[in-house]
Design a protein around this ligand. Structure first.
Ligand code: SF4
Length: 213
């Protein structure tokens, strides 16, 4: 661990994690990454506690508009430079995402539209891990207190059966995972968005101010 990371960990009050590693030593994981702030808490656990090689996979066709998508991707690159991990960008195909979810556009956040949204992104991640011969996949989604980790983990386990790639079942918000992510974002000046990502999740007070998007 280099000096700048040591200083950051001290500044955020990092106390480590208690949970034991359930992945094989020196393994590799493809981490579906929704955004840089969520990734920061997960990187601490996977890279520094579990000593796993992390490859971040930015596959998020749900993010709207494209300007916001690009901004979140840029912030992730900034984080990857600091923590030294690799980032791969998936295809940005919002038309596909809209087609799959448009019938559920009026669902509340956390409802059935979100289940489809999680599934689409995790399926692509599992497929990519298989293609690259990476033994594990997981997601940053469970860092957020707004996300239902039980549903996300259930989807991950179903995809594990389907693809043969092992899913790392986690609730990354626990053991201060969410708190660390907030503190790291502040320290590194990383943009933290005000809505989940899709068009339907944009609060009206933001969509009224078009310059914010
Ligand atoms: S609210 Fe978030 S998880 Fe739900 S559909 Fe929109 S982007 Fe996906």
């Amino acid at each position: 661990m280099n000096k700048k990371i040591e200083i950051l960990l001290k500044d955020i009050g990092y106390k480590g994690f208690k949970k034991k590693n359930y992945m094989k030593e020196n393994s590799k994981v493809l981490l579906h990454t929704c955004c840089a702030p969520c990734a920061s808490g997960v990187i601490l656990k996977l890279k520094y506690h579990y000593k796993t090689e992390v490859i971040s996979y930015f596959y998020n066709p749900n993010i709207y508009p494209e300007k916001e998508y690009k901004r979140r991707y840029r912030e992730l690159l900034k984080l990857s430079e600091f923590f030294d991990f690799k980032v791969m960008e998936g295809e940005y195909n919002p038309e596909f995402w809209f087609k799959k979810t448009e019938k559920l556009k009026d669902e509340p956040e956390g409802g059935r539209r979100c289940y489809i949204c999680y599934s689409l992104r995790l399926l692509k991640t599992a497929q990519k891990a298989k293609e690259l011969n990476i033994p594990y996949f997981t997601t940053t989604l469970t860092v957020s207190p707004h996300m239902n980790h039980k549903i996300i983990n259930r989807i991950g386990k179903t995809l594990e059966k389907k693809t043969g790639v092992k899913f790392v079942e986690e609730n990354f918000k626990k053991e201060n995972g969410y708190l660390y992510s907030v503190r790291i974002s502040k320290k590194l000046n990383i943009y933290r968005q005000h809505y989940c990502g899709c068009l339907y999740s944009i609060p009206s007070d933001i969509s009224d101010k078009s310059e914010d998007l």
